[in-house]
Design a protein around this ligand. Structure first.
Ligand code: NOJ
Length: 684
């Protein structure tokens, strides 16, 4: 009742025939079409909230230029109709934050968190009087807003059929996007189309306007809610479409709760857009796990590529990959070359049973001796990276989770790759009565599942690298053992994909998928060959560049040991490149065309650069102004050699050394499908 009265505030309340009726006071009526604005700390980016004929409507402008045209907000609530008409805005409560925090690992050690916040009650002027609050945080380079459902008698068991948040992109724009809700989850090549030709897209989706402004729409802190796909309604007007569940509704929660943040990143160019992506982390809750020093960024090798080449198999039999003998050899290779761990896929019973119904996460195939392998690895100071493929049977995995994690912990495993290979909508779980239910990889059930796995794994000091995951929404801030994930087309497509990943893939990923967080791309295929020798459309130097361009705190050296032995120059780079960074910046780049990324080693003074191009040969001028002034650096460069490129000799690579300073600009040629990698080490 108190909540009810609070909700009614300035209204006259009558109790008639068992119904609460509210009549707006003169004061309330005068509020119709009031606009509440909240601008960023630098005053340039502004969010405005109003009502238009009672419909809550927001817009965004930057320096007075519209970015998001008036866009409506609302919800379809099961059994309770639409929320979003006859709305009155209450008083805005404002606050601001200006601080920074330290990541346990990441692209940047320190993250600046500076925003202005506005919280506005939005109350229905109907008998129901349901209140939803809008909270917006406006940063200089973007913003996030979310809905809070306060505890209230009129809305306790909240059942959401659809969220009706619109984004009307102002100004003609192009878009880079992958389809949302399609069978292959997030594993599509990006389409570049006019914004008005987008269908239903996953997020992050990136837009570039005719005036050069870059925008990305995504979400942050996806907790106990369904992910949204962005559906185009008309022209450049988009609306959230929540991923479905096995139930008729999309989301079911008990108030009070808050939705994930709906985010908009804004940059004057592609590098600025990448820099803005810290906003996603800032909108997540701080670390809940406490000391996470057991989460160790590192490079790994694994019983992996040979399966994708179809030379070995996951299941036991004549081609079985994860035999004790094979794994011991990989451990030797890892120890000899300084790799932190060996991923072992296909060691446990149940491989590729239908919907993963036969997986046993703590039972080894007869030709794999976990005790021996774990003891040998410990002796060689190499870790084992565990693997839990579920084939989408998340229900079975949850039932075995404790036993599965405990098994790994007892064998010294501190990182586990999980997998949910199943078509979209093919995630299996069971109701308490045993009824099978099918869920989406990005519905509410899986949002809960991934947090559950993170929490349980943390209790066993295990970090998670999820494949076929839910999209990244920055939850690594809250659960720093969510170290990396897939959620894009990775290198495996270069083994068997039709087509393989084209050269524009990574310069597109950097400004789309990578805005959301780390990606386990699994780079380093120095043989440049997939299944049956099919050529990978990259140069050798380009495979090295991926280690810097595509961030992941677990970075794989994915090729076979025998292939690395044939390419010692390339292996020398992979052995030395760091995976944890003090700071990162995109030095230059355009979506889908090229990118040059510079990262400084965490707590170190050496810098590492990677450059990638699409299928065009490009010269890039790399301004080294980011180096410390007055110091000489040794630049070691791995770059495409003459005659290189995907139409020439893909293996042509020059490894050279120069002395440079912060006053230098290096001119480098990237051949078609090529790139470069570089280390810059101060000379003492
Ligand atoms: C797909 C994953 O992306 C890949 O890395 C893994 O090897 C297979 N599933 C088997 O789990």
């Amino acid at each position: 009742m108190t909540e009810f009265l609070v909700a009614c505030r300035c209204w006259t309340v009558l109790l008639a025939a068992g119904l609460f009726l509210c009549f707006p006071s003169a004061d309330a009526l005068a509020r119709e079409d009031t606009t509440l604005r909240q601008c960023s700390p630098d005053g340039r980016l502004c969010f405005a909230l109003t009502t238009v004929a009672g419909v809550p409507t927001y817009s965004v402008d930057r320096g007075g230029v519209p970015v998001i045209d008036p866009s409506t907000l609302g919800f379809m609530l099961r059994g309770a109709g639409k929320w979003g008409g006859a709305i009155e805005l209450g008083d805005a409560v404002r606050s601001s934050v200006d601080d920074s925090w330290e990541q346990p690992w990441g692209e940047n050690r320190l993250v600046v968190n500076r925003y202005r916040e506005m919280r506005v009650p939005m109350v229905e002027r109907r008998a129901t009087l349901r209140e939803i609050r809008l909270v917006v945080r406006v940063f200089d380079q973007g913003l996030g807003f979310r809905f809070e459902f306060p505890a209230q008698d009129q809305l306790v068991d909240v059942t959401i059929d659809e969220e009706l948040t619109e984004f009307a992109i102002a100004g003609e724009a192009e878009a880079w996007w992958i389809p949302g809700g399609e069978s292959n989850r997030y594993e599509y090549l990006y389409s570049r189309t006019a914004a008005k030709e987008v269908g239903t897209a996953h997020t992050p989706i990136t837009f570039r306007r005719a005036d050069g402004l870059h925008l990305a729409i995504h979400e942050a802190a996806l907790v106990d809610y369904s992910a949204f796909w962005l559906q185009r309604i008309e022209g450049q007007r988009f609306r959230t479409r929540l991923a479905p569940s096995s139930q008729p509704w999309k989301v079911r929660r008990e108030a009070p709760f808050a939705t994930p943040w709906r985010t908009l990143l804004v940059g004057k160019d592609a590098p600025a857009l990448y820099a803005a992506s810290d906003i996603i982390l800032n909108l997540n809750e701080p670390n809940r796990l406490g000391d996470v020093s057991w989460v160790k960024p590192h490079k790994y090798v694994g019983i992996w590529w040979a399966m994708h080449l179809d030379e070995w198999s996951w299941n036991s039999g004549p081609k079985h990959g994860a035999t004790t003998a094979n794994v011991l050899e990989y451990i030797d290779f890892a120890a000899a070359h300084g790799f932190g761990s060996v991923l072992i896929e296909g060691w446990n019973e149940g491989w590729w049973s239908e919907s993963g119904r036969n997986f046993e996460f703590a039972t080894a195939y007869p030709d794999f001796d976990m005790e021996r392998v774990a003891a040998y690895a410990a002796q060689k100071d190499v870790a084992i990276m565990g693997h839990h493929e579920t084939a989408g049977n998340a229900g079975l995995y949850e039932r075995q989770l404790e036993q599965a994690l405990d098994y790994y912990q007892r064998h010294g495993v501190h990182a586990v790759k999980t997998g949910y290979v199943a078509d979209a909508g093919g995630v299996l779980r069971e109701d308490p009565d045993g009824t099978e239910q099918w869920e989406y990889h990005d519905g509410q059930f899986m949002a809960r599942h991934h947090v559950l796995v993170a929490q349980r794994a943390a209790e066993h000091r295990i970090a998670i690298n999820a494949h076929e995951p839910i999209k990244d929404t920055g939850l690594r801030r809250t659960y720093p053992n969510l170290v990396t994930r897939e959620g894009a087309r990775g290198t495996e497509y270069n083994a068997w994909g039709e087509p393989p990943n084209p050269p524009e893939h990574e310069p597109t990923l950097l400004f789309t998928r990578m805005l959301s967080g780390p990606f386990d791309l699994t780079p380093g295929i120095v043989s440049l060959a997939g299944r049956d020798g099919r050529p990978i459309p990259n140069t050798l130097a380009r495979q090295l560049a991926h280690y810097v361009v595509i961030y992941s705190p677990l970075q794989m050296a994915a090729d076979l040991p025998q292939n690395y032995r044939k390419r010692p120059d390339a292996l020398a780079f992979i052995e030395r490149v760091p995976v944890d960074w003090e700071r990162s910046r995109v030095v230059a780049g355009d979506i889908g065309e090229s990118a040059v990324v510079a990262r400084q080693r965490r707590h170190g003074s050496d810098w590492w650069l990677g450059g990638v191009t699409d299928d065009s040969r490009r010269e890039v001028a790399v301004d080294l102004a980011f180096l410390a002034d007055g110091k000489d650096y040794t630049a070691e460069i791995w770059r495409d050699g003459p005659g290189g490129g995907i139409d020439g000799d893909r293996f042509a690579m020059l490894r050279e050394t120069r002395t440079v300073t912060s006053r230098d600009t290096l001119s480098l040629t990237m051949e078609a499908g090529g790139g470069f990698a570089m280390s810059l080490t101060p000379i003492d």
